[in-house]
Design a protein around this ligand. Structure first.
Ligand code: LLP
Length: 421
């Protein structure tokens, strides 16, 4: 359930009419619902309320500091993957002891920043990374809290680009080699082993791959125990899918039940890194129709493109598209395309949808996760505004970029200026 519903045929977000926001901030813009975000966080977090756990929101899915602050206020932490996300999480006021840091390519500077902030743990993804963390921690005269991300070789049965837990993927340390790496780490003076982590992929619509990887990790934790290495934190990553178009992903409660059952007997704090399931259906992208035209196909040309929402182009992902004013429209089959100079620039193809005309507003649904956070300036398009609705109020939580911000940091070197003279 989400809070984007029609009232008298006009799309509302909570108690705010979507056209009123368009009037105030212009289009395109991302629009998020505080009520939906709050409800999704609570449903997920409370599903684990009976065991020691920490819900670390995957910042990469929607990194705006207002969203991070909202989850922090509900008791959440953050799963980060870069120095930039660390900066965002800290700026948003997230307790560093609720921050976990994953990623295959952390730089020494990023590791130093994370240790300075005092985060809960670094999820190490290679032996060379372990060496660098040891060196950085030694230089700072402290012990780095770590876990290793193990790769359990489990098929998450999702899109190939977002599968991470197969042996052929770049992520983690093969589970069969991990014992040797843990033993090596246990002998390093500036490393404190805290956990084991694992994230097998995103947009999973089945519980079974989660359970299968947890079973492998559980056996591995027992092996570590036999070697005298105690694990206090088990990080199961994120990955729970959402409904974009008829998928039937497990509800958080069902996912939690399966995990808790498999976890039974393990004395660890469970860390979860949900992204999409918290924010995906809590945000939409609102765009305006600029033109329509009909050749071999009918095209609806809108003011948002693949730079604003990359998922359709990148993963052939399906997002429902709704007319913001829905009354009295015939249906048509059309491609909804953006202004970018690429054939791959589409939001929907061969879509049966209302036959909207120039000037009308469309809402691209389920765009809260990996929407704004993956947007770019391609074709020199300023990134769009982000707006957060709260009851009958709305707040611009990120201003639309300007042409000045587009060229910020660029300069023309003297030798080129001299050529003019
Ligand atoms: N933890 C780690 C270590 C991750 O790599 C990810 C996502 C998550 C947690 C959160 O996963 P979620 O709960 O959101 O599924 N851009 C793609 C998704 C990429 C996911 C990358 N990692 C998309 O738009 O579908």
């Amino acid at each position: 359930m989400h809070d984007f519903q029609y009232k008298n045929d006009t799309l509302f977000c909570e108690d705010v009419a979507v056209p009123a926001v368009a009037e105030a901030v212009d289009t395109p813009f991302y629009l998020y619902s505080t009520a939906t975000l709050t409800r999704h966080f609570a449903a997920f977090d409370q599903a684990f309320a009976d065991i020691p756990h920490l819900t670390c929101f995957a910042a990469k899915s929607c990194a705006n500091i207002a969203i991070l602050r909202l989850f922090a206020s509900l008791g959440g932490g953050a799963d980060i993957v870069s120095g930039g996300e660390l900066f965002r999480a800290r700026t948003a006021g997230i307790d560093p002891q609720k921050i976990v840091y994953s990623g295959v390519g952390k730089t020494a500077a990023e590791i130093r920043a994370a240790l300075t902030a005092g985060i809960l743990m670094l999820n190490i993804e290679s032996e060379q990374e372990l060496t660098v963390i040891q060196e950085v921690a030694a230089g700072m005269g402290l012990k780095a809290p770590v876990s290793f991300r193990v790769n359990p070789d489990v098929d998450p049965k999702t899109h190939a680009y977002i599968s991470t837990g197969l042996a052929k993927n770049k992520f983690g340390i093969p589970i069969g080699e991990a014992l040797r790496v843990y033993l090596a780490a246990s002998r390093l003076p500036n490393i404190t082993i805290k956990g084991v982590s694992c994230h097998i992929g995103s947009q999973l619509t089945l519980v079974s791959p989660f359970v299968e990887s947890l079973a492998k990790v559980k056996r591995f934790i027992a092996q570590l125990g036999e070697q005298g290495i105690t694990i206090t934190h088990l990080d199961l990553g994120g990955g729970l899918g959402i409904r974009y178009n008829g998928e039937e992903p497990p509800e958080p409660a069902e996912y939690a039940r399966a995990i808790k059952q498999e976890l039974a007997g393990l004395a660890c704090t469970l860390i979860l890194e949900p992204g999409r399931v918290l924010v995906g259906n809590a945000g939409v992208l609102v765009t305006k129709v600029l033109y329509t035209k009909k050749g071999l196909k009918k095209f609806i040309i809108v003011d948002a493109g693949m730079n604003d929402l990359a998922r359709p182009s990148l993963y052939d992902a399906f997002h429902q598209i709704q007319a913001v004013e829905r009354s009295g429209r015939e249906q048509a089959v059309a491609d909804v395309v953006g202004p970018i100079c690429e054939t791959g620039d589409f939001l929907a193809r061969d879509r049966e949808m209302p036959a909207v005309g120039a000037g009308e507003l469309l809402a691209v649904m389920s765009a809260g996760a990996y929407g704004f956070s993956m947007s770019s300036n391609y074709n020199s398009r300023p990134r769009v505004a982000e707006v957060l609705v709260h009851g009958s109020d709305f707040h611009v939580i990120r201003a639309r970029e300007t042409y000045e911000t587009l060229i910020q940091g660029e300069s023309i070197p003297e030798f080129l200026k001299q050529q003019d003279a």
